[in-house]
Design a protein around this ligand. Structure first.
Ligand SMILES: NC(=O)C1=CN([C@@H]2O[C@H](COP(=O)(O)OP(=O)(O)OC[C@H]3O[C@@H](n4cnc5c(N)ncnc54)[C@H](OP(=O)(O)O)[C@@H]3O)[C@@H](O)[C@H]2O)C=CC1
Ligand SMILES: CC(=O)[C@@H](O)[C@H](O)COP(=O)(O)O
Ligand SMILES: [Mn+2]
Length: 361
């Protein structure tokens, strides 16, 4: 029996994790649940799964992780606010099933230095796919990582055609049903930019050897190309319960966590290059990732502000990435070792700079 703490239990990741656990009651035991503000649903979940320890808000989530023993903590909180629980989990030596990519990207070396080998198990579908592909090869044999991107709801449009798109259109993801922030990030391709940095930090592969390819069906979740020219791809219908189940009990597979592909009917899988002039976020993220230090935190913080402003009707869609770029380009990063406090200060500065630009828009 694996004991599990779920942070963000009312969200898209959290509720799908509970689906996996509900279907496997003799394999998993929920020992802690944390949410942002949805107390009513938290109480219902605690009642259904017999959970004694619950938390509301980020300070209580950190306290929960510090005080409750578990085999694995699933971090399914949205945003860089997830950094505290990520650090607390690693410090306590528990396995971190990581959906909250922002905490790794923002924390960078600060997080990777805390993690023992294998302590972070990626839940993000692309990184789970790569981890699965790497089970049959060694690091020295890897030539490239190839991350797939659905392309989002605006795939195929030119930049001029993106200026007036609405929040509702941005939230109409073609293949995945996810929370508001990650869905918006998929539409701008910021999500794929963040995932390139995430892949670099998880798998220690240079940015020059991490590619993005658009794959509209979201069936191939990513690929590893090896030195002999072989490519191993992980394929399954788009359903997060599969990578979540692997995150909860890596490297063991949970039977029926997802449905297999149906080979009895004709299907076509497409792959196309990313249009970087319409969607410059991946290129910008690589620049930020290479710069390292606090730049990924600045990139993410500016994006969080811009996404909120877009949904509040204060800026247009293309202004999201334009704002992020302007904040990154003008940010002056002091040299020195990253600390939790220096990161928090960098984020505050970036949020202020983004807000100022948004107010002028
Ligand atoms: N959804 C998906 O399929 C995928 C998601 N991810 C990543 O997983 C993470 C979660 O995404 P998703 O599930 O879509 O997001 P959702 O918005 O659906 O859920 C977010 C969850 O976090 C909780 N939360 C928000 N703020 C706080 C806080 N301050 N303290 C404690 N809990 C908080 C929310 O609680 P409440 O309901 O009370 O507000 C909710 O349970 C993100 O980092 C995303 O990028 C990665 C790959 C796929
Ligand atoms: C399911 C998942 O992992 C998301 O992060 C997904 O990658 C979003 O789809 P995009 O490929 O459109 O960004
Ligand atoms: Mn992903």
């Amino acid at each position: 029996m694996r004991s599990v703490i779920i942070l963000g239990s009312t969200g898209s990741i959290g509720t799908q994790a509970l689906d996996v656990i509900r279907a496997n009651p003799r394999r998993f035991d929920v020992v802690g649940l944390a949410v942002g503000s949805n107390r009513a649903e938290l109480e219902r979940q605690a009642d259904e799964f017999g959970v004694e320890h619950t938390a509301v808000g980020i300070d209580e989530a950190v306290q929960l992780v510090r005080s409750v023993d578990a085999d694995v903590v699933l971090n399914g909180i949205t945003g860089s606010v997830g950094l505290g629980p990520t650090i607390a989990t690693l410090e306590r030596g528990m396995t971190l099933a990581l959906a909250n990519k922002e905490s790794l990207i923002v924390g960078g070396d600060l997080v990777t230095r805390l993690a023992a080998p294998g302590q972070i198990v990626p839940v993000d579908s692309e990184h789970s796919a790569i981890a699965q592909a790497l089970r049959s090869g060694t690091h020295d044999e890897v030539r490239r990582l190839v991350l797939t991107a659905s392309g989002g709801p605006f795939r195929g449009r030119r930049r001029e055609e993106l200026a007036d798109v609405t929040p509702a259109e941005a939230l109409a993801h073609p293949t995945w049903d996810m929370g508001l922030v990650v869905t918006t990030n998929s539409a701008t391709l910021v999500n794929k930019g963040l995932e390139v940095i995430e892949a670099h930090l998880l798998f220690s592969v240079d940015y020059d050897r991490i590619e993005v390819v658009v794959h509209p069906q979201s069936i191939v979740h990513s690929m590893v190309e090896f030195v002999d020219g072989s490519t191993i791809a992980q394929a399954s219908p788009p359903d997060m319960r599969l990578p979540i189940s692997l995150g909860l009990d890596w490297p063991n597979r949970v039977a029926a966590a997802g449905k297999p592909l149906d080979w009895t009917s004709a299907q076509q899988w497409g792959f196309e290059p990313l249009d970087e002039s319409a969607f410059p976020a991946v290129k910008l993220a690589k620049q930020v990732g290479r710069a390292g230090g606090e730049y990924p935190a600045v990139f993410n913080a500016a994006n969080e502000q811009a996404v909120a402003a877009f949904h509040a009707g204060r800026i247009g869609f293309t202004e999201i990435v334009d704002t992020v770029k302007a904040v990154v380009d003008t940010h002056e990063s002091p040299s020195g070792v990253l600390t939790v406090d220096s990161l928090a200060e960098a984020e505050r500065t970036a949020r202020r700079a983004a807000d100022l630009r948004i107010a002028r828009a």
